[in-house]
Design a protein around this ligand. Structure first.
Ligand code: IPM
Ligand code: MG
Length: 360
């Protein structure tokens, strides 16, 4: 029997609650799919830091390289200095494992979830490829004369040819693979940047032009990030694959999550093709909802689906997505935010029950 070793980082706030449901679904799929999963739990979180003062040690990052994949909940605690644990765990994973792609599908599963009038699932089905190791997240910068009237804060945006090239190439390959989604129309890649105001971002313009030469079948498109926000609301059907910088990808995917119905359903993969990769819902730890059993676990459950697809369990991955789609369109799960009367655990149970029923 095939066996996978999966690292699990439940994290803070609603993280552990949604991860529990994700694992429930993972176990159900494994039992029926004929594979087994060995889970290795890691405690790193703000909560753990407050108790132990421990962040992620270098040796653990090495250990992570030996796993098949990692599933993470959310990191961030109101009593810990902002960014400290996020940098250690989230950026530790992204930079430490060189997970240079942050893959964020924006897919509307059923019309009533969408806040934009008249948009249906056929209009909202695109993917954001967010560069995940550079840009304004490079951690290069600091403060001079901190906390004085003369304070200077500097941050450097890093865009390397290699970083832009590999993200762009991934986006073009993905566009080719998605041709079935586009039902006959040409695949399209949209480069999103702000190279008019931030001139060094023209390295993206040039890598995009360079890579595109290898993909004559793909339609080329470009939008500045401000305009992209407008088009995502006005004409989301224009988009197929977006490739963009780390920060812009972070921002536009929260907007994208709203097109899908809310933060509760958006999932992502932090990927280095061929190497150990990490999957997580894109929402945060939402301390105000923690411990109440009201957060939607669908983002975590769809992160499990993305993880299975990545490790080669395509059928299991597909079955989870179909179950979620079915439960949302029949309104068995009425919403993906905290307004639904369904508890986190009940939502997970509904997915597991549907998986069992869909089989018989
Ligand atoms: C995300 C989050 C993180 C990011 C934070 C928590 C560091 O917003 O995964 O989108 O900015 O990448
Ligand atoms: Mg974000």
């Amino acid at each position: 029997m095939k066996s996978y070793k999966i690292g699990v980082i439940p994290g803070d706030g609603i993280g552990p609650e949604v991860i529990q449901e994700g694992l429930k679904v993972l176990d159900a799929i494994a039992a029926r799919g004929g594979f087994s999963v060995e889970k290795v739990h890691y405690p790193y979180s703000g909560e753990y830091y407050l108790k132990t003062k421990e962040l992620v040690p270098e040796s653990v990052i090495d250990e992570w390289r030996g796993l098949d994949a990692i599933l993470m909940g959310a990191i961030g605690h109101p009593d810990v200095e902002p960014g400290l644990v996020e940098r250690s765990v989230i950026l530790g994973l992204r930079f430490g494992l060189d997970l240079y792609i942050n893959l964020r599908p924006i897919k509307l599963y059923t019309e009533h979830l969408c806040p934009i009038k008249g948009k249906t699932p056929k209009d909202i089905d695109f993917v954001v490829v967010r560069e995940n190791t550079e840009g304004l997240y490079s951690q290069i910068g600091g403060h001079l004369k901190a906390r004085t009237e003369d304070e200077v804060a500097l941050v450097t945006g890093v865009y390397t040819w290699k970083g832009c090239e590999r993200a762009t190439r991934y986006a073009f390959e993905l566009a080719k693979e998605r041709s079935h989604v586009n039902a006959g129309s040409r695949p399209k890649v949209t480069l999103v940047d702000k190279a008019n105001a931030i001139r060094p971002q023209d390295i993206w313009t040039r890598t995009f032009a360079h890579v595109s030469q290898d993909y004559p079948e793909v339609e080329l498109d470009h939008a500045y990030v401000d305009a992209c926000c407008m088009w995502m609301i006005k004409n989301p059907e224009w988009f197929d694959v977006i490739v963009t910088t780390n920060l812009f990808g972070d921002i536009i995917t929260d907007l994208g999550a709203m097109l899908q119905g809310g933060m509760g359903i958006a999932a992502s993969g932090n990927i280095h093709p061929g190497k150990t990769s990490m999957f997580e819902p894109i929402h945060g730890s939402a301390p105000k909802h923690a411990g109440k059993d009201i957060a939607s676990p669908l983002g975590a459950i769809l992160a499990v689906s993305m993880m299975l697809d990545y490790i080669g369990e395509h059928e299991g991955s597909q079955r989870i997505e179909s179950a979620v789609e079915h439960l949302l369109s029949t309104r068995a799960i009425p919403s993906v935010d905290t307004s639904s009367a369904l508890s986190t655990s009940h939502t997970g149970d509904l997915v597991v029950d549907h998986l069992a029923r869909a089989e018989t």
